[in-house]
Design a protein around this ligand. Sequence first.
Ligand code: PHE
Length: 339
Amino acid sequence: MIDKIKEHIAEVEAFNAETADQIEAFRIKYLGKKGILNGFFAEFKSVPNEQKKDFGQAVNALKQAAEAKVTSLKEVLESKQEEKGVYGDLSRPAEPIEIGARHPISIVKNQIIEIFSNVGFNVSEGPEIEDDWHNFTALNLPEYHPARDMQDTFFIQTDPDILLRTHTSSVQVRYMEENKPPIRTISPGRVFRNEAISARSHCIFHQVEGLYIDKDVSFADLKQTLLYFTKQLFGKSKIRLRPSYFPFTEPSAEVDIYWGLETETDYRITKGTGWLEIMGCGMVDPNVLRNCNIDPTEYSGFAFGMGIERIAMLLYQIGDIRMFYENDVRFLEQFKSSI
Ligand code: PHE
C-alpha cells in the first residue's frame, strides 16, 4: 500500500499542466471529494495498527505534494497571463516596418550635387525672399530692362524692392560678393514665378545653378563641364549649344541633349527631333563680375542653370509637373527603391 502511495507521489511530482482546466482536473483527481487522497483516508481504518504511523505519514506526504503542485502550477499560469497583458502575445510575428521614400525632387537634386561635387563644386544657398539687387540689378538687369519681363515676378506686398527670387542666380551674386575666385559653386533651391499652372509649368519650382570663376576660364571649359554632367546624369554623350540670350551671360546658349528617337515617348517629348533642351548657360557678363567686385580683366567664368522638375520628369518619365506638389502617397511610394 505504501509503495502505491509512493508511486502516486512520484506521479504528482512529475506532473505538468499548461491550462487552468488541466490543473483543475488534476486537483479533482487527487484532492477532490472522491479523489485518491480521500480514498486512502477511508482505508485508514483497515490498516493494521503497527503500520498506521507509516501509512499516515505517506498519505500526508502525498497530500502536501498534490497541494504544492496545484499552487505552483496556478502561479506559473497566472504570471504567463500577466506577461501577455503587458506585452501582448510575445510569440506573434513582428509587424512590417514601413520605410519612407525621398521626394523625387530631393533624389534628383542630390544626384546633381554629387556629380558636381566630384569635380570640385561646393553647394551654396541663399534666401528665398530676395531684394532687387541680388535677383536683378547685380545680374545686369537694371530697372526698366525689358528682360525683367522674362521672369514674371512675385513682389512682396507693395515694396517693389522685396520679391520672391525668380532664379537661384541671386545666390551666385551673394557668393561672389562674399568669396574671392577661384569660385566653383552650385546653388540648388526653390524659385517662384507668376506663371499659369499647367502640366508643364508651375509657379513654384526648383533650380540648380552653377558658377565657375577663375583665371582663363573659357567657353570650351563650359562645354566640357556640361558634357561631363549630361553623361553622368543621363548617360547621354551628345549635346549641342544653341545661341541664346540671358542678360547676365555673354555669349549665352541653351543646352540640348540628344535623347534619341527610339520610342514613341521619345518622339513626343522631343517633338520628333530627338533633341531636348535641358538648361541655359553662358560666360558670366563682365558687368556682373564688376557688380560683385571681381575684376573682369583678371578673371572670367561660366554659369549655367537648370530646372530640377524638368530633369526629374525626364528621368522618371513623369508626365505632369503638378504631381511633385500634390504629395499623393501613391506617387511618392514609387520612389522607395531610389536613394
Ligand atoms: N537664371 C537663368 C534662368 O533662371 C538660367 C541661367 C543661369 C542661364 C545661368 C544662364 C546662366 O532661366
